[in-house]
Design a protein around this ligand. Structure first.
Ligand code: ADP
Length: 319
């Protein structure tokens, strides 16, 4: 994608937390990317690499340490609270756990109507009708509107959470592992619903998952994160067919290829994910990389792009 069709541009965002003994946890460390209108950007990486923190920082739900997020010509990380609150209807989030993201004392109707109430959208009747319609759209019957979250299955609850996220007609939704807590049998249904919503409403998603096989079906492009940094970003097919970063190659090698005789060599990553309090010097991945050379230990690789928009932060890419 080019910058002219960017809906949202993330510029050099950092989020450091205070760690123990005065150390900093560099959860997100100088991340830049853009999301186009109506596209899905998948964000993958091992647990603890900073995906959730990045998603929350981009939406200004936690304060960034540095950097900016440009949306509608303004840096939303610098907006006063009151203006940010009004923008929330356009920038929404769906969390992993549908059990904890719904208030147990609110009926489903109240939960889904809440954004309209908060942003003062429509009359009372309109708010009711819109809530009823959106619940129907995500697959719930009218008689279920007055029930409480505990009366629903995990898949139904996530449908309700999705309804609440889209009722204010957002342009951009950060979806943080939205199907990870669901039974495998209902995952595909929820993913299909999200894709239908995107087709009909043109909403863009940042779709976070630790699992490359989940983002494969839903993403237009995919970004791979390692220890607070994006190490590769590319159109979906390119990432799966020609992964450029040794970390992406290792992640992909762990996914079985169904219904084919292709046997991919399984690349076992050496050691554990290093601590974000003390990331390795040079390329952060060099301690686990099978191709690392002296340069990788000394110098941090910059993201380089080819003409197809495939970007890789590795000294040895296309050597
Ligand atoms: P992921 O979503 O990829 O699993 P997270 O964004 O949750 O990763 O976490 C990235 C790193 O930041 C981890 O090392 C985590 O322990 C740390 N972290 C996340 N939130 C906080 C916090 N509020 N305070 C301190 N450290 C945090």
């Amino acid at each position: 994608m080019n910058d002219s069709n960017a809906l949202l541009t993330v510029q050099n965002v950092k989020k450091y937390f205070k760690g123990t003994k005065g150390c900093q946890v560099k959860a997100v460390d100088d991340v830049s990317f853009a999301v186009a209108k109506g596209e899905t950007l998948g964000l993958v990486g091992e647990s603890g690499c900073g995906k959730s923190t990045l998603g929350r920082t981009v939406l200004n739900l936690v304060n960034a340490t540095e950097g900016g997020v440009i949306y509608e010509g303004r840096d939303i990380l610098k907006l006063p609270q009151t203006e940010m609150r009004m923008l929330r209807k356009k920038l929404q989030m769906v969390f992993q756990n549908p059990y904890s993201s719904l208030n147990p004392r609110m009926t489903v109707l109240e939960a889904v109507r809440a954004p309209l109430d908060i942003f003062g959208i429509g009359t009372k009747e309109e708010r009711f009708e819109r809530s009823r319609d959106i619940l129907k759209y995500v697959g719930l019957d009218e008689y279920q509107m007055y029930r409480y979250p505990h009366e629903f299955s995990g898949g139904q609850r996530q449908r309700i959470v999705i309804a609440r996220a889209i009722i204010s007609e957002p342009d951009f939704v950060v979806c943080d592992e939205p199907v990870s807590a669901l039974d495998v049998s209902v995952r595909a249904q929820v993913l299909n619903l999200m894709q239908d919503i995107q087709k009909e409403r043109g909403v863009a998603y940042l779709f976070i998952s630790h699992d490359l096989s989940v983002v494969k079906h839903i993403s237009d492009r995919i970004a791979v994160m390692y220890l607070g940094k994006i190490v590769e970003i590319s159109p979906r097919e390119t990432l799966y067919d020609q992964p450029g970063h040794p970390y992406t190659q290792a992640l992909l090698s762990a996914i079985p290829i169904p219904d084919t005789d292709i046997v991919r060599e399984r690349i076992i990553l050496k050691g554990d994910l290093p601590s974000p309090m003390n990331p390795p010097a040079g390329c952060r991945f060099h301690t686990r990389c099978r191709f690392a050379v002296e340069e990788c230990r000394m110098k941090e690789p910059k993201m380089r792009f080819d003409e197809s928009g495939h970007g890789v932060a590795c000294h040895r890419w296309k050597e």
